[in-house]
Ligand binder design. Structure first.
Ligand SMILES: [Fe+2]
Ligand SMILES: [Fe+2]
Length: 226
């Protein structure tokens, strides 16, 4: 379900793991909406501090797995580390737009601690669920940045020149404004969303292939016994 104008897309919940990932996302969305309401700049700063965590945790775990199993990673590690770096640049950009309040700084500290531990365990238990969670998180990020963009376009939030760091990072024209920055960031989020949903699908596919293979093997084994 793509909406070409707003880049919005939703991956339909298909199984228990998807439901857990979607439920978890909706709870966090509700908390963020309640706390930030229309303070989009502050929302972006706080949430981007969390958004840059999964790529690094996933990348690290796959790196360690590649070492342990002496197996190629199929390029996943670099993709995930790049995702983390890109999310950190979103943070470096929004910190020029809004400075977090004292309570927000406290939330960032606590949230980082809780989120790293949680995501680490989720990834170890079920990496497909972990990627699905990020897929759903990013669906929400696209929606939030579309809302932010609408407020900037209808003048409810005053537009301002783009921060220099953003102009350099995204190679934007020199006269770009915050609107342009929010647009390219939304594109990034849509990219991460599609990638993480795809990773979850690939992991499902691999699991299915393995169980098919095991079934085949046990069938041949039984045949030989008889
Ligand atoms: Fe982001
Ligand atoms: Fe994101």
């Amino acid at each position: 379900m793509y909406n070409m104008d707003t880049f919005e897309y939703h991956y339909k919940v298909k199984n228990f793991s998807d439901r857990v990932a979607f439920g978890f996302t909706k709870i966090l969305r509700f908390l963020a909406d309640t706390f930030f309401r229309k303070r989009y700049g502050h929302r972006a700063v706080v949430l981007e501090t969390v958004a840059a965590v999964p790529g690094m945790v996933g990348g690290m775990l796959l790196h360690l797995k590649s070492l342990r199993k002496m197996e190629d990673d199929k390029g996943w590690i670099k993709i995930l580390l790049d995702e983390a770096a890109n999310e950190r640049m979103h943070l470096m950009t929004f910190i020029e737009i809004a400075k977090p309040t004292l309570i927000e700084r406290a939330i960032i500290m606590v949230a980082q601690f809780i989120f790293i531990v949680m995501y680490l365990f989720i990834y170890i238990i079920s990496s497909r669920t972990a990627h699905r969670i990020v897929g759903y998180f990013e669906e929400e990020a696209v929606i939030s940045y579309t809302d932010y963009l609408n407020e900037l376009e209808n003048g409810k939030i005053e537009d301002q020149p783009a921060p220099e760091i953003a102009i350099n990072y995204w190679n934007l024209p020199l006269h770009s404004t915050l609107k342009d920055v929010v647009r390219v960031i939304r594109d990034d989020e849509a990219g991460h969303r599609d990638l993480n949903h795809k990773f979850a699908n690939i992991l499902d596919e691999r699991k299915k292939q393995n169980s098919d293979k095991n079934l085949e093997e046990s069938k041949t084994l039984n045949k030989n016994k008889n």
